[in-house]
Structure formats: C-alpha cells, structure tokens
Design a protein around this ligand. Structure first.
Ligand code: XCC
Ligand code: SF4
Length: 675
C-alpha cells in the first residue's frame, strides 16, 4: 500500500484544544489526529483567527467603494443621540438592517434555488424526459396539487372522476416552476398558513409575489442610497423570508417527497463510527438530494456492489454530512457521518474513498485535507466548483443521472485500493430513529378516530407536554462543537417540551442518542416521558434537512387546525431556536419563523448588536406586528428557559396553565389533597 503523503506545516498556527473544541469524543480524536499529521482543521483556524468586532456588531457597510464605513458601538455606550454615520450618512440602524436583509436574501436564495432545481427535475419527470427519476409518492402529489390550484378531479358527463395523473403532474410542474418568476398574483402556498396569519401578512403588505422577485428586491433596496428606513427594509426581509419558508423551501420538500418518497420513521446510526474499514466509503455532503438519491441507487445496485467486492472490499458504505445527509437518512436510513463541523474530520480518518459534494456548507479546505490522503473530492454542481487542482468535477445532469452516479461510485471503488496505512476510524456511533414528518406525526400522535393532531393537542392541553420547540440549524466553530445543541435540547425535554429538529441539530441529537424512544425515560420530564413511552416515539423528532423546516411550519399549522390551542401559530405554546447557527440560511429561516408568529432565539451572536434601535425592533416591536420576535442568548440553558418562559406565557393566555400543574403533582401532593 502506498504511504499517505503528509503535508508538514510550519508550526506558526495556534492549535485547538480538542476537548475544548468539541464535546464529541470521536471528533476530539480526529482533531488530535489531524494535529499529529500537521493538517489544520477549522478548529485550529478558529483559535488562530478572531472574528472582526465591527462585522460582528453588524455595523460595517461595504455597499459602495467610499467605504467600508465602520460604525462600532463606542466603548462607553451611546450618550444622548446616536451620531454615528457613514460617508453617505447611513446610520448604524440602516447599515445593520441592510446587512441583515442581505443575509436573508442569501439564505432565501440558497434554499429557493435548491427548490428551483428540484422543481426543474420534477418538470422533467412530469414530461417523461428522464427515466432515472420517477414519482415515488403519487399520493403526495395528489395532496399538494390543490394547493397549486390544480384540479385532481374532472367532470365527465356530469360526474366527477379522477383526472389523468400525468396531466396533474404536468400542471403541478408548470405551476410550481412559475412560483419563481410569475408576473402577477402571489405564492400559491401562502394559503396553507392558518387564515389569521395569511390575513395578517396581507394587511401588512408582505405576501410574496414570486420567489426571485423578493430576493432581487432586497438587493435593490439595500444598494447604496435606496431604502434608508430600517423598518421598511425589515418588511422586505419578511416578504423574502416568507417566500423561502412558505415558498422555495416548502416546494423543495414537497417535490422531493413526491419524487423520492415521503419519509417515515426508520432506524439508522450517526457519527464517524459509521465509516467502515473494510468497505468502500463514500461520503455525500451538501444539500440537494437530486444527486444523492441517485448515488444511493447506484451504490446499492448489484453491479456496483459486485464491483466493490471484486476490488477487495466487503461492500459500499454510504454516509452523509450536512443536509443532503439528512435527506438520504430520512428516506433510506443512510447514516450521517457527522455534522457540518465534522466534514474535514471524516477525511482525516483516512477511510474515505470519495467525498461527493453538491451545494452549500462545503468547506473549501476539504480540498487541502483531501490532498493529504487518497480521498477523491468530487464536485458535481455547475454552480459550486473549487479552485484547487486535486478536486475532480463530474457534472451531474438529471437527463443522465444514473450514468453520472455510477461513474462517481466506480471512481470511489477504484480508489479503495489506494488507501494508506493510517486509517483510523473512531468507534463512536449512536442509534437513531429519524424520518418524521407532518404525515408520520399525525400517524403517531393523531387520534385513531379523528386522524388529526388530536392526541398531541390533547397532551399539550392537559399539560403532559408543556409545549413544542423547533431546535434547528448549524454548528459554529466559535463555540464548542454540538454543546449548545445538546444542552438546550436536554433542558427542553427535561422540562416536558417536545423538540422538533432539522439540519445539523438533528445530527447532533442523533450522535448523542437523543433520537431514540428509550432516551425519553432517561432525559425527559415525567409528562413527556409518559407520552413518548405510550406512543413509542423519541422526545426529539427529526424532521429532516433545512428546507424541511417547512415541515415544522406545516406541523404547527396542523396543531392549530386540530383545535384547542388558539387560532394561529403565534397562539401556540411553542418556540424556535438555532443555538449554533452560522449560515445566512439560518437567518432566513429564523426570520420566516418570526414572521409566522414564533418566538425565535439564536445563540452565538447576531449581527445587530451594534445598532440598538434596530435590535429593539427585532427583539420587541416585531411581536406586535407578527406575533413572533427575535432574541439572542449565548448560554443554551438560559436560552432554553427563555423559551420555556415564553411557552408558559402562551399556556397562560390559552388558559391551560392550571391543567399542567394538576398533571405534574407528585404522589405526595395528591395524597395531601385527598387528605
Ligand atoms: Fe449547513 Fe444544512 Fe446549517 Fe448544517 S444546518 S450547517 S446550513 S447543513 Ni442546515
Ligand atoms: Fe459608507 Fe454609505 Fe457607502 Fe455604506 S453606502 S460604504 S455607509 S458611504
């Protein structure tokens, strides 16, 4: 076997303390391993480079070449009026609002362009231009068609009969694609929101017209010398973010379900320990399941498995990183090898024969790490290439998808024999149950007679479940890997708050063993534990990738519809959080949750702290406008209690606060009462 070439680095860079960098033992081991090999990882870079203090506050403007104009908060605060301004006179509030808006635009664009690609593939499927993709869940297509205004029944001789299925598919494809650029009207899916929410958006003038337009308008408004009122800028943020959550992301989720199957709970594993020494390891990383679905199919084909065996491997082990990992997890049980911050670490094991990436959340440094091993790093998307020359580019096209996928898998198999002697795979992995969704929650927590969210609502009303939290989002190298995720989620379930998770939070929870029904007894308060044990679900329900946050919006809508908990999402005893967020997508998600009525708390930092008036608008004023508001708390336990306090307030407003006290009385209390 050839030796792994090792790139020695000048030891000028500071090294991370592995235990301080991650709470995950497998990751600690790999960080240490990288340091021994002289390969830097994001953890080392995080201790070597400090973030810019002015950018952190959100008050650096580089929207024209007279700047960058930097407006940090004065050390001893602002006495009297805030006199800070850029060359053009832009205030700190305007600058922070513009920067915030551009983050929303970036995030909404990423989710929605992903959605567009999915819609385009669906269009090909509907028009029978590809044989590699099909409609796996025809019922889901029939379920979403009416939301696009597409009839599923037609009148024949005065009688309503089923409409031709292919015709429905074609019309849905056309209507869905038009959502990105239609010249008039508003997005079709907005009416899926509870009616009071829709009416509120209408009154506020924030109903998105088409997805692209709202993003473009943010770029226009935040150009030098256009919109200079932070409130007006933020209004457009809402419009674009709603276009993401109730538009681009929701369409992505739905059409992915139609083509690749709606997820149902299944068992899998998580963490670096899923890599196998004696198998070809292919790690799929990125966000668009259009590619990864095909790779799953190719890698499971007899042809490829036999080929791997002929090359001396026992088989092909697929695993995922980030959200494309979540997509193939929820539909095929393919285990995630780790979260966002573990992408370099997977390669450091020396066991990855190919890492295949598509779009979003991909470190450019992967190429430098791959160079130190035999790992083939393959980019696949025309819009996401890397400059390093060890990176291969195999462009993926839905018209010859299977062919492309087989090419990639073959390349990985051929590379198996090139592995160096330094393979070191951490042993850690945990079992998980993933693949929940609006449909399966209804199945598990619905009433057997009513077929809705009745049981869930009932348990919220009677207080066994105190409330619902959506805990989602990234990892951030400025904090200890996974720690804020795990501490927050544990604190919530300990206090009987059921958690819906997506994205890297889902992977982190899986790694920690929180995604099993058995974990309920260990980590939950008595009420939630009882419900989970009775129904047989984990206290933390993994709903998929980041575009699948749309599933949380729809689940919340179902809870509203099931009754007894108010008329709108903003009435629910619910809260949202992204304790380790880092991407612009998280800001877009956060803002569509806020604009949908959810109290949403972020960890790490928020780039608005240098503009106190704008910050107050986000943290206070918005509640009166949308029913939801932003908040920031770095300490995950404190943040969890801020969410719980909000949940309790909502319980009180609904008049169900007393019920919970009754349910949670101890035996002793009861005996006292009876006596
Ligand atoms: Fe990326 Fe989606 Fe964030 Fe994870 S959670 S770091 S966005 S992979 Ni989406
Ligand atoms: Fe400075 Fe105004 Fe230009 Fe921004 S737009 S860089 S604040 S002059």
């Amino acid at each position: 076997m050839p030796e792994t070439p090792i790139v020695k680095k000048e030891k000028t860079q500071k090294l991370a303390d592995p235990v301080a960098a991650s709470m995950d033992v497998a990751s600690q081991q790999m960080i240490r391993r990288a340091q021994e090999l002289g390969i830097d990882t994001i953890f080392d870079r995080a201790v070597s480079m400090k973030p810019c203090n002015i950018g952190t506050q959100g008050t650096c403007c580089k929207n024209c070449s007279m700047g960058p104009c930097r407006l940090p908060l004065p050390k001893d605060g602002i006495a009297g009026g805030d006199e800070r301004k850029g060359l053009c006179g832009a205030t700190a509030n305007t600058i922070a609002a513009r920067n915030f808006a551009r983050m929303v635009a970036g995030g909404a664009a990423a989710h929605s362009d992903h959605g567009r690609n999915v819609a385009e593939v669906f269009y090909s499927v509907a028009h029978k231009e590809t044989k590699d993709y099909t409609i796996k869940d025809p019922n889901k297509l029939l379920a979403i068609a009416p939301h696009f205004g597409v009839d599923v029944k037609v009148e024949v001789d005065g009688e309503m009969v089923d409409r031709d299925f292919d015709e429905i598919a074609r019309e849905v494809a056309k209507k869905a694609l038009a959502e990105w650029g239609k010249p008039d009207g508003e997005l079709h899916y907005l009416k899926r929101a509870p009616q009071p929410l829709y009416e509120r958006w209408k009154k506020l003038g924030v109903l998105p017209r088409n997805i692209d337009r709202e993003i473009v308008e943010i770029m226009h408004r935040t150009h030098m010398g256009v919109d200079q009122d932070y409130k007006n800028i933020l209004k457009q943020c809402s419009r674009a973010a709603i276009a993401d959550g109730w538009g681009g992301s929701m369409i992505a989720t739905d059409l992915q379900d139609v083509m690749f199957g709606t997820p149902y709970p299944l068992q899998s594993e998580a963490n670096l320990g899923v890599l196998k020494e004696d198998q070809v390891n292919i790690v799929i990383h990125g966000h668009e399941p259009v590619l990864s679905e095909m790779i799953v199919a190719a890698a499971q084909s007899k042809e490829m498995v036999d080929y791997a065996k002929a090359k001396g491997a026992k088989g092909i082990q697929l695993s995922g990183i980030c959200c494309t990992g979540n997509e193939i997890l929820q539909r095929h049980g393919v285990p995630p090898a780790g979260t966002f911050l573990q992408q370099e670490l997977a390669i450091i094991t020396g066991a990855v024969d190919a890492m295949v990436v598509d779009v979003q959340c991909i470190f450019q440094n992967l190429a430098n790490v791959a160079k130190c091993f035999h790992t083939k790093l393959i980019t696949t998307h025309p819009i996401a290439r890397m400059e390093q020359d060890n990176v291969l580019h195999i462009e993926f096209d839905e018209h010859h998808a299977m062919e492309d996928a087989k090419k990639i898998v073959t390349m990985a198999v051929d590379n198996f024999e090139n592995r160096g002697s330094e393979v070191m795979i951490p042993r850690q992995k945990a079992t998980q149950i993933a693949g929940f969704g609006v449909e399966s929650i209804e199945y598990h927590l619905g009433g057997s007679f009513r077929g809705s969210y009745y049981t869930l609502n009932d348990n919220i009303i009677n207080g066994r479940i105190r409330g619902i939290a959506g805990v989602v989002g990234c990892n951030n190298a400025r904090g200890r890997h996974n720690e804020a995720h795990i501490e927050m989620v544990k604190e919530l379930i300990k206090n009987d708050v059921i958690v819906l998770t997506t994205g890297c939070n889902g992977i982190a929870c899986a790694m920690e063993g929180l995604l099993t029904p058995e974990s309920a007894r260990v980590f939950c308060g008595p009420g939630l534990s009882e419900v989970c044990e009775t129904v047989g679900i984990p206290p933390v329900l993994h709903l998929g990738s980041c575009v699948d946050n749309s599933r949380i919006l729809l689940a919340a809508t179902e809870v509203v519809k099931a009754g007894g908990l108010g008329n709108d999402i903003g009435d629910l005893p619910a809260a949202g959080a992204a304790p380790e967020w880092m991407s612009e997508k998280a800001i877009s998600i956060g803002h569509y949750f806020v604009a949908s009525g959810v109290y949403t708390i972020f960890g790490v930092t928020l780039p608005v702290t240098g503009a106190p008036v704008f910050q107050k608008h986000l943290f206070e004023d918005l509640e009166k406008i949308y029913g939801g508001k932003w908040d920031l708390e770095v300490d995950p336990i404190k943040a969890a209690h801020m969410m719980i306090a909000h949940i309790d307030e909502k319980r009180k407003a609904l008049g169900i606060d007393k019920a919970r006290e009754r349910v949670l009385m101890t035996m002793e209390d009861r005996q006292k009462l009876e006596a």
